[in-house]
Ligand binder design. Structure first.
Ligand code: GLU
Length: 502
């Protein structure tokens, strides 16, 4: 019978979560949901030197904003808590001792200075010092000391570590759901430290013990943990526990060149690398991205559904996601693609929702004049311009002229379209507009066009300068829609201002 799916995201709270971490969390979430499993958040905070205040809350807030909440974790206690390793401290010592009793681990008393000496000594001979089967019999540990000596050293308070006794005669056969079979020669591995006399486990011991106690069925984590896999598998074997299945995710690579995506790439090229703002680094949220866009682009950074489909809702991702389709090689990060996704998800927002988001920008830009505009008006404006917007913040650049008369006119358009006869033409047209009793788009359009025909003018002589006067530029949606929306007085006023100032 296959195990109930329980996966975990196990970040160390050493700073903000990088989007690579968010992707790891996302893949865990998708896998859990696809298999009706449980998604656990475990905070691996045993290394107090690297602990960063606020990082845990940041991780929780980031997962919440990305709409991939955990089922069990800090603040959502389930049957396997506590979910912070610092609160599980008391558990690990017994497991270290269990391995010692089983002959799979031992106490080591070598001081940092002594180890350094061995390292240098080896280097001088052109060799590398590894604390393993090759050297362990020559070092200061419970394998070389008598039982009494070991006991008395511990009793006297001497600093020690517990090391795993890596079996060296075997080839470790590893299976990774993404990478397939991997063979590792155990003779090359070192006797990793599992526990220290300060009472703290190392990452390896705590991680294995907790995955076991929390009944984790699948470990889905970043590629940087692949070198630890052989040790982890050997630890499971030593304990006599069934290991979970493993899947190591590919790195997220820089947009150009070699290496993995870093905060520096983001700073240099102007894109976020964190989901939420952290100190001076602007997050995806604050940069105006929709969580749907972030989730969608992250899902496709290292996975594909096997066809060309690029747009997925979270529910569709859950449905389509398969570990076997995760790539082995690094996934190149493409900042333009993230914008493409955001543009798509902005189009899916209702005009009302966008208008509500836009309202806060308008409030700032327009100050007292903001009160002149109803939310219906803002909604209509949004409906006319949103096609060109990637972010809500783009709406101002695209539609400011719906809220205030142009303060200047672009040079290029003015030079090209504002001719000597233009003022006369526009003043006559303004007179026609003044006489209109209705000012809807269709009426304005028909009367303008009829007038142009009567005057035997070309459209090119009238329309571009009329747009320039109304908008300040040649951009914008259908001009008669703009005029009708800003209204008759405003339209005529803008024509007069342009005539006066150009
Ligand atoms: N605490 C480790 C990290 O920060 C967890 C690695 C794992 O998932 O095993 O990534």
């Amino acid at each position: 019978m296959s195990r109930k799916v329980r996966v975990r995201f196990a970040p160390s709270p050493t700073g903000p979560l990088h989007i690579g971490g968010v992707r790891t969390a996302l893949y865990n979430y998708l896998f859990a949901k696809k298999h009706n499993g449980t998604f656990v958040l475990r905070i691996e905070d045993t290394d107090r030197n690297r602990y960063v205040e606020g990082a845990e809350q940041y991780i929780i807030d980031a997962l919440t904003w990305c709409t991939i909440p955990f089922d069990e974790g800090p603040g959502k206690e389930g049957d396997y808590g506590p979910y912070r390793q610092s609160e599980r401290k008391h558990l690990y010592k017994n497991y270290a001792e269990e391995l010692i009793e089983k002959g799979s681990a031992y106490y080591a008393f070598d001081t940092p200075e002594a180890l350094d000496h061995h390292r240098k000594d080896h280097e001088a001979k052109g060799k590398t010092f590894i604390y393993n089967w090759h050297n362990r019999e020559k070092l200061t540990n419970s394998l070389t000391l008598t039982a009494e000596e070991t006991k008395s050293r511990i009793a006297s308070g001497e600093a020690y570590v517990v090391r795993f006794k890596m079996p060296h005669e075997e080839t470790v056969l590893l299976h990774d759901r993404i990478r397939g079979e991997i063979k590792i020669d155990a003779a090359l591995l070192d006797d990793k430290v599992l526990f220290k006399s300060d009472g703290m486990p190392t990452y390896h011991l705590a991680n294995i013990v907790d995955d076991h106690l929390m009944e984790i069925s699948h470990v889905i984590r970043g590629e940087e943990w692949l070198p630890s896999l052989a040790l982890h598998v050997q630890l499971y074997k030593a304990f006599g526990w069934t290991p979970p299945e493993f899947a190591h995710l590919p790195l997220i690579m820089k947009p150009t060149g070699k290496g993995k995506l870093s905060k520096r790439d983001g700073d240099k090229m102007g894109f976020p690398v964190f989901p939420l703002t952290w100190e001076t680094s602007v997050g995806y949220k604050e940069a105006g991205y929709f969580p749907e866009a972030v989730i969608n682009f992250l899902a496709l950074l290292g996975w594909n559904p096997g066809d060309e489909q690029e747009l997925f809702t979270l529910a569709e991702l859950v449905e389509a996601f398969e570990l076997e389709r995760v790539h082995k090689s690094g996934a190149r990060f493409d900042p333009d693609k993230t914008k493409w996704y955001n543009h798509h998800y902005l189009q899916l927002q209702s005009n009302e929702d966008l208008a509500n988001s836009y309202a806060s920008i308008l409030e700032k830009e327009l100050a007292d004049d903001y009160a002149k505009f109803t939310i219906d008006y803002i909604t209509t404006v949004v409906s006319l311009v949103k096609e060109r917007a990637t972010f809500v913040a783009d709406l101002w650049e695209l539609s400011s002229y719906f809220f205030k008369a142009p303060e200047s006119y672009t040079d290029k358009a003015t030079k090209k379209h504002w001719k000597e006869e233009t003022p006369n033409i526009l003043v006559s047209l303004a007179a026609v507009l003044t006489d209109l009793s209705k000012f809807d788009g269709a009426t304005v359009e028909t009367s303008c066009k009829e007038w142009i025909a009567e005057q035997e003018l070309s459209f090119g002589k009238v329309m571009p300068p009329l747009r320039l006067a109304s908008v300040g530029d040649l951009k914008g949606p259908h001009l008669f829609d703009i005029m009708s929306l800003i209204g008759k007085d405003e339209s005529i006023g803008r024509i007069n201002s342009a005539v006066a100032s150009l």
